[in-house]
Design a protein around this ligand. Sequence first.
Ligand code: HEM
Length: 441
Amino acid sequence: MPLRKLPGLLRHPLRALVEAGNEANGEIVRLGVGSVGPYLVTSPEHLETVLHNPESYVREGLLWNGVRRAVGEAILVTEGPVWRSSRDVLRPLFTSARVNAMTDRMAEAIQDAVDALEEPARDGTVVDAGAELARIVCQATTRVLFGDKISVADAVRMVDAFGVIATEMIPRIVAPWAPQWLPLPGDRAFADAVATIDDIVLPVIRAARRNPDGGDDIISALCAPRRVDGEEVTEKQIRDDVAAMVSTSTETTIAVLSWLWPVLAAHREVADQLYAEIDQVVAGAPVRRAHLPELRYTRMVLDELLRLWPAGWFIPRMAVGDQVLGGTRIGAGSTILVSPYVTQRMAAYWSRPDDFDPGRFDPAGPKPEPHYSYFPFGGGPHRCLGQYLFAVEAPLVIATLLNRFRPELVGPVDFTPRMGASLRPATEAKLVLRRVRQAAS
Ligand code: HEM
């Protein structure tokens, strides 16, 4: 097994990891960083073993310690009975039948949110694409997933708070040896962000538990009485799950869509094909569920965005007990770096891996092989619950926006990612929206 020193890791972590993956060409490589020495696992075969065996490879260490400081007992970070209970409560809310049933309500919420862009478009005012996407996605999400129990403004405040958490946890990931009592840069901002989330979420949970309405939204479902591992579910567990669900249902979608603006500016041919499809399929009408099957190229663009900038770019695991993976002995407690970002950019699995080419996902063409060369939604028992929801919500957002406006990027195209728990462009795009049509009703 190769051992690799990574001089560029701190300066350009993502680039350095992809280079290490390419050099090892699918073999497991031990990275010489600090005392942790994690193993970079990139081959689809090894990834399948790791992701499908959560008893041997758990969500501990690195990223998870940071996430746990914000949402300690949530579905996103737990294992065992606590995780199972949350997953059992939440899974029925995300089946394709449920998502299909709520699609038109979600489309209306998106349309209402996009209406607010008419004014800046008319005046030629520059808009902050990240803030506008956050508003649109929060409006869609609070209405259909959270039954309007959290306001759009509070959901946006939570997105901002999670943005702080996602970046301010990085010093502790980079310096995992630092004890909790040692203050690190970012700790204060992290604590303030957690307090903001509590201020929003706790009153909502208390109200929902006092007055259960039997609703089919995430909050009602999580607040319904249930026993976890023989004990009544605690307020802390509910709080962690609600906070994690607000964060994951918004931040991931916003992060992926944030890359669309530089892509459209840099790839005229992609933009033209996307506009042509939306013009032809939607043709100025309000976007609805019936349009989705026809938005084939839109889906291909989304699949390619998820290949190059998977929001869940980093899903590490820790070995429980000594393990042998692909012939390599991995000691108990070792960290295993699993990264859709790295594998999805490796030359061993993708031709011209750095090129943005939606044609790779043409449904008429071959499917990407092997299976775990493309896994933006993870895999195994912890596979993303929101995959189908994203597949509906993201085309609705894109089609609703581009049905009415042509975005023009203000300033240079920059594809530099900003490191955090999710992956967004370092420079949030500023746009001028050129109106192509009036709002349809
Ligand atoms: C582009 C959008 C999204 C991406 C790229 C994404 C990615 C991921 C990934 C990689 C995992 C696996 C984590 C692991 O293996 O440790 C995951 C888990 C999860 N995702 Fe997503 N996600 C997205 C959207 C969503 C949405 C919209 C929701 C909810 C509405 C959601 C809810 C969850 C939940 C609850 C889990 C934890 C599942 C478990 O551990 O049982 N995700 N997601």
